[in-house]
Structures are given as C-alpha cells and as structure tokens.
Design a protein around this ligand. Structure first.
Ligand SMILES: Cc1cc2nc3c(=O)[nH]c(=O)nc-3n(C[C@H](O)[C@H](O)[C@H](O)COP(=O)(O)OP(=O)(O)OC[C@H]3O[C@@H](n4cnc5c(N)ncnc54)[C@H](O)[C@@H]3O)c2cc1C
Length: 369
C-alpha cells in the first residue's frame, strides 16, 4: 500500500519521518527542484510541535540547534516607549525556542532515507488512484496526503473552502550581519523578538540564527489590492525603502533607521487564512496536513500544528497499516478539534493586532492584571 505525500514542508516531512520510525516508507513529491531551491524564510517558535519532534525521535537534536534566547521579547509603542522587556534567563526551560526554518526542515530531511523525497515533482491533479504531475508524469497511490501548503492543489479534492484575505499586507526586509554592520541597531533589537505596535501598522524585528535581523512591516485593515495602491516601488529597493519610511512618518527615528539599514530584499506578502474550524466529510483515500488543512493567521501556531498533524497521522497509519480509512478518520477527528482551537486563538490575536489600541491590549495579553 503506497502513501503519497505531496509537499516537503514541515507537515509532510514530519509525517514521512514518523512513518519511517515505524517501518512504513512513504514517497514525498515536492515541487521545488532541490532543498536549496528557495529561501525558506525566518525563525519559527516551536512549542506544542516539540511533541511531534519527540515522536519523530528528533527532540534532542532539535533542542541542540534551537535558540532558547530567541524567546526574548521587547514590546514598544511608535513614540519609542518601552512597554515590556522579557529576557530569557540562561537556565530557563526551552518552552518556546526559536529555530531557523531552514535548520528545522534540514533536520527532518536528513532523518529520511535517501530517495524518500522526489524533488521537482509538482502535483497537478489526481484521478482514479493516479497522481498527475506538471511534467506529464504519473504515479499510483493508495493514500494521498496533501501537505502542499496555503495554496494546496490537493485541498479542492475534499472541500470548496478557499483562503480569504486577512486584511493584512506585510513587507519583509532583512538587515544582514547586523552585529558588524549596525551594532547600535543590533543592541536595540536584542536576541529575540522586537515588536512595535501602532494604530493600523506594526513593525516586528527578529534576530535570525544566521546573524541577520528580519523585519516585517504590517499594514492592517488593508485590502487585497493594497500593494498596487501603496506607491511602494518593489522593483527599485532603495526607492521602496524610502516610501516605507514615508509610510512610517511620525514613528520614532530608531524604527525608521531599521528600514533604512535593510538590504535590497524587499518582499511583499499578502496574508490569507481558511475559515477557523474547517472540516470536510472523511474520505478514506485522501487527507490533508498543515496549512493545506487549516491555514491560520501567522501568530505562532501554524508550524506547530503542521508538525503535530504529521506525527498524529503517522502514528495512526502505523497503527492501522492495513486500514488507511480507519487511520484517516482517527487522525481527522483529533486534528479538526485541535486545530480549530488553535485557529480561533490565532484569529483572536489577529483581531487584537488589527485594533487601534493594539500595544496596550498586547501588554495586557502578556501581563494580565
Ligand atoms: C511570516 C510567517 C511567520 C510564521 N511564523 C511562525 C511561527 O513562529 N510559528 C509557527 O508555528 N508558525 C509560523 N508560521 C506558519 C508556518 O510557517 C506554516 O504554518 C507552516 O510552514 C506550514 O507547514 P506546511 O508543511 O503545511 O506547509 P509549507 O511549509 O508551506 O510546505 C508546503 C510544501 O509543499 C510544496 N508544494 C506546494 N505545492 C505543491 C505542488 N503542487 N506539488 C508538490 N509540492 C508542492 C511547497 O513547495 C512546500 O515545500 C509563519 C508563517 C509566516 C508566513
């Protein structure tokens, strides 16, 4: 019986690894040509997902490369007022350590037998137990697992639901080698997360494992067409930075200095999410894990849920290896309940971030009276 996983992201790889640990060898079809084909993005805060890494036999290796000090947090207002500073003591437990997304993906990839991931295979559609790929090739399978992320092509086989725009548009910037190039800004951002929340806008800076600081500039209550109307010339990075500084007019000069110090990587990202609590009638031959199943606002749950999905489905398939339908039903029951709670919590935090008094509400969130 063949298990075909579409997508070598965190969900698909966690599933493949847990199956491998239990002596079941799936095949993972990945659209990218290689593991290095695309930059994987910034840091991930891994908390509940540690349970999945334990099931995958990788928790110790994870803790050895994760950054506990990445849990540090500073919360400020646009005029520069520091509302909250939390520094992680050296002996603090690594409850929510940060890890570079590339490092976590490599940890999972390196723990799979060679050949498990078939690179350069973009899934197009499935028909009568046959997968069809963009290059015209086909493969047979008994169970299809869509682990193909936010814009999943497997999802429409189970539900008509589509991600909807969240009313948030983000511009991502990067300051490479910040300790050497801008030591003053490096000290200001610190070892972890640095958040400035304003009315309708925010600036989030975060130190990454490779010495760069990534910055996310968020514009709230903005529509899907906002980038086209924003006047940000993405094709000219210097002019784009100048326009972004203009958009942050009135903010403390230390914050706009972060924008000015960024390199020429200026990436627009339009945020979407699926409806919280999405379900579908169980199909014994197809299921979904990760963002394909429950894309939610990016406030720190998605990767954890994707890892847990992979582990829970892997354990169910290992237990019911002659009855994939029973395994899928067991997995989906647990997954629907767990991820609905995470999606609702993420939607609440998203609502908080989009509110006019976001900084005060966030302070209350971290320091309830
Ligand atoms: C800016 C940002 C910050 C975030 N920070 C956090 C955080 O701190 N903590 C947290 O828990 N979550 C975070 N998230 C969410 C997290 O990144 C996602 O929830 C998680 O990566 C989902 O994993 P996945 O395996 O479902 O999908 P992905 O990681 O998107 O992987 C999908 C894979 O499928 C492949 N693929 C797509 N289509 C096809 C196809 N047709 N055929 C074959 N392969 C295909 C893709 O190339 C990709 O490799 C963040 C998200 C964003 C945008």
């Amino acid at each position: 019986m063949t298990i075909a996983i579409v997508g070598a992201g965190l969900g698909g790889l966690a599933l493949a690894r847990v199956l491998h640990v239990h002596g079941v060898e799936p095949v993972v079809y990945e659209r990218d040509a290689s593991r290095e084909a695309r930059r994987q993005g910034g840091m991930l805060d891994i908390h509940s997902g540690q349970r999945a890494l334990r099931e995958a036999g990788l928790l110790e290796r994870f803790l050895a490369i994760a950054r506990a000090e990445g849990q540090d947090m500073r919360l400020l207002e646009p005029d520069g007022t520091l509302l909250l500073q939390e520094d992680t003591p050296d002996d603090a437990p690594a409850l929510r350590p940060e890890i570079d997304r590339t490092d976590l993906r490599n940890l999972l990839l390196d723990a799979l037998p060679a050949g498990t991931v078939r690179w350069g295979r973009a899934f197009d559609h499935a028909e009568d137990g046959v997968l069809h790929f963009a290059d015209g090739s086909t493969e047979r399978h008994d169970l299809l697992v869509g682990a193909d992320g936010a814009n999943s092509r497997v999802r429409p086989l189970l539900t008509d639901a589509r991600p909807a725009h969240l009313g948030q548009n983000v511009v991502e910037l990067c300051i490479p080698d910040i300790d050497r190039a801008h030591p003053d800004l490096a000290a200001m951002v610190g070892r972890g997360n640095y958040w400035v929340l304003g009315d309708g806008k925010s600036l989030a800076a975060q130190r990454n494992g490779d010495g760069c600081v990534r910055i996310g500039l968020s514009f709230y209550n903005t529509g899907e067409d906002w980038f086209a109307r924003s006047g940000i010339p993405f094709e000219d990075p210097a002019a784009a930075r100048a326009r972004l500084i203009e958009l942050y007019d009135g903010w403390d000069a230390r914050f706009t200095a972060l924008i000015a110090a960024a390199d020429d990587t200026v990436v627009p990202r339009s945020l979407t999410a699926l409806p919280p609590g999405l379900t579908w009638p169980t199909n014994p031959t197809i299921t979904l894990v990760g963002d394909a199943a429950h894309l939610m606002p990016p406030v720190g749950e998605g990767a954890n849920m994707a890892l847990l999905d992979g582990a829970v489905l892997g354990l169910a398939l290992a237990e019911h290896r002659d009855d994939f339908g029973a395994a899928v039903a067991e997995y989906e029951q647990e997954m629907f309940e767990r991820t609905a709670a995470a999606a609702r919590m993420s939607a609440d935090i998203q609502e908080l971030l989009m509110s006019p008094d976001a900084s005060r509400r966030m302070l209350e969130f971290f320091q309830p009276s």
